[in-house]
Design a protein around this ligand. Structure first.
Ligand code: C2E
Ligand code: MG
Ligand code: MG
Ligand code: MG
Length: 287
């Protein structure tokens, strides 16, 4: 009987594996047509300087509106796109779309674009970036590419070579989700990053965890010693903001400062943020 149960649960396990593998294959197939069918879009989330409260730029965040499933989260479809090799055309679409959009902004805000590990090790990634900058007319200094540690570990030599070529164009390179990989310090030591983004999990846990607060302080100290500005992700409350200000963090991003928004509303959102900002930052400073 015990054996029967085990057999049954194995059977269930296998068929649910099949199920999820099939679902992934199906999604990969649908994703193949997503660009042509205009199902992909970008949202833009503001990033702010903490000292002045001024906007520093926007991060482009990819969205997929599936015809049947509706919105599929990037944490779900990006791994599928990577596995299917689709992240190359999709990533190039994102880069071009984001640079083109940034050209419409009245101010010289920076545009931050996420780059996948697969893109980072392509031999022609630097020429793709060059081409997109030329095509869209965006000055290189306005573009920042966000890279995770895992992306560099995949093929360190090639990743670093490509990063150096891209940086030589004048494009900024940010280390994304810092603290969640496993060789952070080594990676920081190997390449002159322009920014460190502390993963949002630390700030989100900081309300309850002194360890999380200690890690945030340690990363800020590290940034200070290495002279690399630090941006904290996941600012959801006024308390988060006040803590970061008092600890000397340079930049911040999170729902409290602005949710990812559609491009046409960017100007309105910016104005709104500008208005909200002064009050928010004033009260955070006096807290
Ligand atoms: P990420 O690059 O670390 O982006 C930040 C994520 O945190 C975004 O999730 C954003 O919506 C979310 N976020 C921002 N502020 C807050 C906050 O205050 N609280 C909380 N809980 N979350 C916040 P999103 O848009 O779902 O993207 C998830 C991940 O998908 C991104 O993490 C990035 O790794 C990946 N991704 C998104 N767009 C692209 C893309 O164009 N290319 C590549 N390769 N990856 C992308
Ligand atoms: Mg990012
Ligand atoms: Mg991140
Ligand atoms: Mg992330």
């Amino acid at each position: 009987r015990a054996k029967g149960q085990l057999g049954e649960s194995l059977c269930f396990y296998e068929s649910s594996m099949d199920e999820s593998a099939r679902a992934r294959r199906k999604l990969a197939n649908d994703l193949r047509q997503a660009i042509d069918r205009h199902e992909l879009s970008l949202l833009y989330q503001p990033q702010c300087y903490l000292e002045s409260g001024a906007l520093s730029g926007y991060e482009a965040l990819l969205r997929w509106h599936h015809p049947l499933r509706g919105s599929v989260p990037p944490d779900e479809f990006i791994p599928i796109a990577e596995e299917a090799g689709l992240i190359i055309p999709i990533g190039e679409w994102v880069l071009r779309e984001a640079c083109r959009e940034a050209m419409h902004w009245q101010d010289d805000y920076r545009i931050a674009v996420n780059l996948s590990a697969i893109q980072l090790v392509q031999p022609d990634i630097a020429s793709t970036v060059t081409r997109v900058l030329l095509e869209t007319g965006l000055p290189a200094r306005r573009l920042e590419l966000e890279i995770t540690e895992t992306a560099i570990i995949a093929d360190k030599a090639r990743a670093l070579r490509n990063l150096r070529q891209i940086k030589a164009l004048g494009v900024g390179i940010a280390m994304d989700d810092f603290g969640t990989g496993y060789s952070s310090l080594d990676t920081l030591h190997s390449f002159p990053f322009d920014k460190i983004k502390i993963d949002k999990s630390f700030l989100l846990q900081s309300d309850k965890s002194e360890q999380a607060q200690a890690i945030i302080r340690a990363v800020l100290g590290l940034g200070q010693s290495l002279k690399i500005p630090v941006l904290a992700e996941g600012v959801e409350t006024e308390e988060h903001l006040a803590m970061l200000l008092s600890e000397g963090c340079q930049e911040a991003q999170g729902y409290y400062l602005g949710r990812p928004g559609h491009a046409p509303s960017l100007l309105a959102q910016t104005l709104q943020l500008g208005a909200a900002e002064s009050a928010v930052f004033d009260s955070a400073r006096s807290a």
